[in-house]
Design a protein around this ligand. Sequence first.
Ligand code: NAD
Ligand code: 2YG
Ligand code: MG
Length: 259
Amino acid sequence: MALLTPEDLENINRQLQEADSAVRRVTGLDIKGVCKDFYGTTPCCEKIGIVPVTSGNGIIGNFSASLHAITEYFGFDSFVTDMPDVSGYYEAVRNGAQIILMADDNTFLAHNLKNGKIANNQPCTGIIYAEIASRHLKADSKDVLAVGLGKVGFPGAAHFVHKGFRVYGYDADRDLLEKSVSSLGIIPFDPDNPKKFSIIFEATPCEDTIPEAVLSENCVISTPGIPCAISRELQKKYGIELVMEPLGIGTASMLYSVL
Ligand code: NAD
Ligand code: 2YG
Ligand code: MG
């Protein structure tokens, strides 16, 4: 399990601004615009309670503070509870939270207490990064390469399939690749027989997962995976448009999905 580190979340406001600019260049809309358009929802003064959780590996420095910054960045009214865990949940509800955000090592959820809707970060992240890539204004075909088909990558790949893209999928785990091929009808990507793509989606916890042979000039790589899938050198060489941010895009997707 790949957990965030406090270093991943440094300068979260700057990371969000840069991601917003990249999403605008790729899609013509900002992150909020894509979420609004995709989920068909608009915030309406929902108050968000962020509850730190100590179980398992415990509190991640910067995590709750980053969620606070992210929710405010997207225009929500939010607060972090003083107490963690069950006491924090109680505090959040007593202080008027309509949406609860909290995460342990396995599940990061958003729960709207008014309408009962609940969201899980992994599928919400995969889906929104796929949605952003699918809107690439300069895509030259409906072909997509999806690398990493785990808890984030599989829902992302499924989203491209539902939108009518031809998805070439790859995962280092052969069983998982087989499962994705049979359940989604995607084409298994053969690294020994590569082709070029203008849309690439990556969701692995490893670096350098995208071989140079698949890169086309000005392609989009939309990747929630940490660390980055592609070296700076290759980004520059191919003029790659990179959509990558450690927490905010996925959180926006969760929040818009429960409105
Ligand atoms: P997961 O373990 O469920 O899936 C990762 C998959 O990547 C696995 O199936 C694994 O076999 C595959 N993989 C590993 N190395 C590979 C390689 N070199 N080539 C191809 N496939 C490879 O993990 P997950 O929950 O899907 O998370 C994926 C990544 O996304 C992690 O880095 C996680 O921290 C990150 N994440 C980011 C955000 C965000 O908002 N940016 C949100 C959630 C998760
Ligand atoms: O409250 C806290 O500070 C901790 N209990 C948060 C734990 C979050 C663990 N999850 C992760 O690190 C991520 N894999 C999921 C977060 C989504 C964005 N990358
Ligand atoms: Mg994100």
